[in-house]
Ligand binder design. Structure first.
Ligand SMILES: Cc1cc2nc3c(=O)[nH]c(=O)nc-3n(C[C@H](O)[C@H](O)[C@H](O)COP(=O)(O)O)c2cc1C
Length: 318
């Protein structure tokens, strides 16, 4: 049986999104929360704390994530999430953004395997939290992971999820499947695959290429096509007959939850627009849809634009 995990997307897959997703689509076995980053002192921001509160995640399985380059921070967050009832913390070693990577965090730490080794050594000595890793192949080049994986053999990691690009690439170019394959030979840990799963067909191709992988992570594809995880699970690329009704109900739930959470239409519209930058991929009959959404100045014109986009897709054959 395959397992699908939701890859975190900072700014998108917060608890409000996760709950709405879980209610209307499902297909996801476990969600990784967007990363917690401490800002210089041992204190978790209230928004991060709220995001992982068990009461806000009661309909789903969640693992919190940290981004850091420091064992003290790791241990502090580990203790905090343990108090909330979590027994695993995922470490982000993949974030490619220069602001993060240049500070030696995310994929910026992959070129310093000794630092990763030291942090994991302390974490495993001073805490009984279980640790999983989410990483790229490197920041500068894919050889970074080849040096790192042997050092990770001595730790009892839960799993290592690999997105086979390097940090410098951001999201450009192809995922390097040959390098991913090489990683499999260098580690006895449980390896998850992550990257560019956007259709059932693509998933099947990946499954054919890596038959030994049974855990898969989906990030952007899950927002672009929220039906994808359930279709992958069913091994059937067929949408429900009421596809757009379900999407609309999901959308409206998302909108009302952000109307409650954010202050003022401007923030709400910006938030919804950022989702639509992904959703629009499910609406190819509406090439101007995104523009209309961008222009919307009020919630009511926004709602009207959404209605039009959905109608255009529904009536594309008429
Ligand atoms: C806007 C955005 C935010 C992201 N935030 C996180 C994050 O908080 N933690 C993390 O591990 N990865 C983060 N990622 C990376 C994704 O989880 C995922 O690894 C990457 O997009 C590749 O998988 P995909 O092709 O299925 O999207 C983010 C990616 C994007 C595009």
């Amino acid at each position: 049986m395959i397992r699908l995990h939701a890859s975190p997307l900072q700014g998108f897959t917060d608890f409000r999104f996760r709950n709405a997703f879980q209610k209307y689509f499902g297909g996801i076995d476990l969600y990784i929360a967007p990363y917690i980053r401490l800002k210089g002192n041992l204190e978790i921001k209230p928004a991060n704390a709220r995001d992982i509160l068990p009461a806000n995640n009661s309909s789903l399985n969640l693992i919190p994530q940290i981004i850091c380059k420091d064992a003290d921070e790791f241990l502090y967050v580990a203790e905090t999430v343990q108090k909330l009832g979590y027994n695993e913390l995922n470490w982000n070693l993949g974030c490619p953004y220069p602001m993060v990577a240049k500070r030696g965090m995310g994929s910026g730490l992959l070129g310093m395997p000794e630092n990763i080794d030291q942090i994991l050594e302390r974490v495993h000595t001073e805490s009984d939290i279980r640790v999983s890793l989410k990483m790229r192949l490197g920041y500068e080049n894919p050889n970074e992971i080849f040096r790192l994986l042997p050092l990770l053999e001595k730790f009892p990691l839960t799993n290592i999820a690999i997105h086979p690009r390097i940090g410098k690439q951001l999201y450009k170019g192809e995922a390097d499947l040959d390098a991913f394959e090489e990683c499999l030979g260098l580690s006895s840990h449980k390896i998850f695959y992550n990257g560019d799963i956007t259709t059932v067909r693509r998933f099947r191709e990946m499954q054919d290429r890596f038959p030994g992988i049974d855990h898969w992570m989906i990030g952007r594809g899950l927002i672009a096509d929220p039906f994808l995880p359930a279709m992958i699970k069913a091994d059937n690329p067929v949408y429900p007959e009421n596809r757009y009704e379900v999407f609309k109900a999901f959308h409206d739930t998302l909108l009302s939850t952000y109307e409650e959470a954010l202050s003022g239409p401007k923030h709400i519209l910006m938030k919804m627009y950022s989702f639509w930058e992904y959703f629009i991929q499910s609406f190819p009959s509406s090439p101007k849809g995104l523009k209309k959404l961008k222009k919307a100045q009020s919630i009511s014109t926004y709602r009207e634009a959404v209605k039009q986009i959905i109608n255009e897709e529904l009536h594309k054959f008429t």
